[in-house]
Ligand binder design. Structure first.
Ligand code: AMP
Length: 440
């Protein structure tokens, strides 16, 4: 489908051409006509599907097309409000809106916590479109800095995440200050019962657009498991990073402390690295993302805070350094690569203690994940316990044990006389294919 048939305003078509996109994604093809026609909309789609553009393009078209601007009812003031759960996400949405609106006369305000209010207050005075996290916006509204009398459109992005993060009471208070006559668009990765309840509360006779299934990772992502003892994960990562194709690598750890530790170890090994987690200040987080996007650092080590919604083009590899606890986290993490038409690799390090979880996640995504060994990687095999020698000092840890012919036993190679593990005989009960991007 050509972009021109979407009836978007010319400035957006130009911006799309600038971006080099060749055709609309399924959510864009489905959602744009509905939003342009003025319907309320529930969009069920994960990030990576092009959903930001799916609401931004028609929204900008409606705000700037001649029919709308010449209407006498049009008043100056904020005409669209986009709410999203995290600071990173609002920054990213604002970047998208700015890029798609670059040939259009729209002014944006970006509102999120953790930074000074004054520039945001100034931006709000002149903004047509506000992209905000709920908490800070509510503060500014309370101080009389944001008025929404002229509002035409409200977008709730990542509504499921906002629900999880406890933002619904804040959103309720914000919505109560908006005109009742407006268009409302709600996007969520899932259509849970709670989300459905919210749609009744905030939307009027909405249309539903559903793209793909919630538990399906982007089909372009190649997923691989490396079995590795916990204590060898960093050396495996450093080994893999010798491959120059690993040029933009997002690494997930379970804890903030773990993220800092891995980052330190990578830096010590000469790999430029930044970290992204909630102990970092807002400026540090933005800086880390900026350095990662611009290639100043090659690796970004993050906790799950970065796994949702963060849109960084060109990530070559996502590494689950620590295996995620929940299927949804897995899907969101690996969704950071293989976005849109790019192809990426998602690598998970799995130690023995992760096996039950791995099986649960394979069931969740509906297929087995390929096990692989890293060529040439030789994990050091730790001794279970230091043995006291005659000298009374602990013996040195073992060097790498080699099998005849220079082969190294894999990290989970069966002990002698043991019946082996399931690696070779692995069969997955859920090998069936699932359709992706099949629409509703
Ligand atoms: P989103 O799902 O909004 O986070 O977008 C995912 C990525 O897809 C972003 O990097 C967009 O720049 C990109 N994108 C959006 N629409 C298209 C399109 N029609 N063709 C190619 N890439 C796109």
């Amino acid at each position: 489908m050509p972009f021109r048939s979407l009836n978007l305003v010319e400035g957006i078509i130009r911006a799309i051409e600038d971006a080099g996109y060749t055709e609309p994604t399924p959510i864009q093809a489905a959602a744009v006509p509905l939003v342009l026609a003025g319907h309320d909309l529930i969009g069920i789609a994960q990030t990576g599907t092009g959903k930001t553009a799916a609401f931004t393009w028609p929204l900008l078209t409606r705000l700037t097309s001649p029919q709308t601007t010449s209407e006498p009812a049009r008043r100056p003031g904020i005409r669209a409000l986009i709410l999203a759960p995290t600071r990173e996400l609002v920054v990213q949405i604002e970047e998208n809106v700015r890029a798609y609106g670059r040939h259009l006369p729209v002014r944006l305000a970006l509102v999120y916590g953790g930074v000074g209010m004054v520039p945001q207050i100034q931006a709000l005075r002149h903004a047509d479109i506000v992209v905000a996290t709920p908490g800070r916006l509510l503060d500014l509204m309370g101080q009389g800095h944001a008025r929404f009398d002229a509002l035409q459109c409200l977008v709730l992005d990542e509504a499921d995440r906002m629900l999880d993060m406890g933002f619904i009471p804040d959103i309720r208070r914000i919505v109560s200050a908006l005109p009742r006559k407006r268009q409302t668009l709600l996007f969520s990765a899932t259509l849970s019962r709670e989300i459905e309840t919210l749609t009744h509360e905030f939307l009027k006779t909405p249309k539903l657009v559903q793209i793909g299934r919630r538990s399906n990772p982007a089909e372009t992502v190649a997923q691989i498991i490396y079995e590795v003892p916990a204590q060898s994960k960093t050396s495996l990562l450093i080994h893999l990073l010798r491959d120059s194709r690993w040029n933009m690598v997002l690494v997930f750890t379970r804890t903030k402390h773990g993220a800092d530790r891995v980052a330190r170890q990578l830096e010590n090994a000469g790999v430029s690295t930044a970290t992204l987690h909630s102990n970092r200040s807002q400026n540090q987080r933005l800086r880390a993302l900026k350095d990662f996007k611009s290639g100043v650092v090659r690796v970004l080590v993050a906790t799950d805070i970065a796994s949702r919604g963060i849109d960084v083009d060109g990530i070559s590899h996502v590494v689950n350094y620590d295996f995620p606890k929940h299927g949804e986290d897995y899907v969101h993490r690996i969704g950071r690569t293989g976005r849109a038409q790019a192809v990426g690799d998602a690598i998970s390090f799995v130690s023995q203690e992760d096996y039950a979880q791995l099986r649960a996640i394979e069931r969740f995504i509906g297929r087995g994940i390929v096990r692989k060994r890293a060529d040439g990687f030789v994990p050091a095999i730790p001794k279970p316990q230091a043995v006291l020698q005659h000298s009374g000092r602990p013996s040195q840890p073992h060097a790498v044990q080699r099998e005849p012919h220079g082969r190294t036993p894999g990290p989970f190679a069966p002990a002698r006389g043991h019946q082996g593990n399931s690696r070779r005989t692995f069969k997955h009960p859920f090998q069936r294919e699932r359709r992706i991007g099949n629409g509703s």
